[in-house]
Design a protein around this ligand. Sequence first.
Ligand SMILES: C[S@@+](CC[C@H](N)C(=O)[O-])C[C@H]1O[C@@H](n2cnc3c(N)ncnc32)[C@H](O)[C@@H]1O
Length: 382
Amino acid sequence: MTEKIRIETTGAPPATGTYSQAIRHGNLLFVTGQTGRNPKTSRLEDGLEAQTRRVLSNIGAVLSAAGCSPRDILKATLILADMRDFKQVDSLYVDWLPEDRKVCHPARTVLQAPLPHGALVMLEVIAGYPVTPFLDPREKIFEYFALQLGERNWRGKDVLDFGGNVGALLQDPAATIDEERYWCMEIIKEAVDLGRKLYPRAHWVFYDKYNFFFNPHGDPSLKIPDCGGQKFDVIAAYSVFTNNNQADMLDMVPQLVDMLKPEGVLAFTFIDPHHHSHSEWHEDGGPSNLRWRLEKARREGTDVDVEGTLARARGARWCILVNDRDLYVDTHEIAAYAPEDQKTFHIFYTSEYMAELIPDAEILPPVNNELHHCCLLRRRTE
Ligand SMILES: C[S@@+](CC[C@H](N)C(=O)[O-])C[C@H]1O[C@@H](n2cnc3c(N)ncnc32)[C@H](O)[C@@H]1O
């Protein structure tokens, strides 16, 4: 995720000039220098102590609006109108930091400089998002579906990003989706919480459904929440059924179709193990998708027999690669893994087999240098 996301909150004075309160870029958050202005009155508080407390609460409000907290501060720049105030400001700042940061303080620079409107103290910070696994959607998801659907203008459409993580479709700079009409349904609770902070006007639904590695403690039989009866023009699921078992996919697809408006469309992706999706990058046609996955796993340190695994997958209509190493071919029967050993689950379908599984689907080849094929299902009015 490399898009720049502007953070806005009424918990701190609004950005009134040519700047933002904060900008998120990837896993870093850059917070503009805050002075001791009260966000309600826009006036500076009286005196050094009140101004410093207000600076800290303003910084805290911006961090919180962006899904961070003072615990996540990596670097602080403290600017004082008078360096003689340092001791008092420093003690308030250290008190404000959470306990664990009183041992491992953020990096810091302290400067003396004239401050706007006679402010006595200013603080700016850079924070790093807590490293939570799986909170990192890919870019260009909107672009992919816009190409597959042949429709770039999604304004006015009600859109469900099924398995959209922290807002994958909306985060694509190319997206033309109204935030108010965007819904994201996710099985990772932290993704829903962070997404809601990043896009407060959108709708966020936690779906506590079992998944081999994204939600191993979820409920395997839970049906999809009906979103209060909301129906959708587009339901998109990028790289979601690639990580769910076949029975769950076949159970969820009709439920999603039922959530479409008349003439609405469900678009979801899958990966064909034998397709050479990256052929345009390679003069020799490039690796098959399964070879690509196995070679990636090996580069990242998994001890996997690439050639032996590919030989076993030859002719497979579908297969599952568990923990980047254990291959199951044309079978639902996979070994039992303890939750802590449930690392990855990649399921592959040939396009022919997907067409047999979902006969009403229109199946489209990958676009935009992606690995994924696309399945389109429309809700027809009789
Ligand atoms: C590989 S990630 C893709 C995320 C996002 N769609 C993207 O393309 O960047 C798969 C996402 O689907 C979510 N997911 C998996 N199974 C799901 C299910 N049954 N319902 C909703 N979300 C699901 C996961 O939690 C995860 O965020």
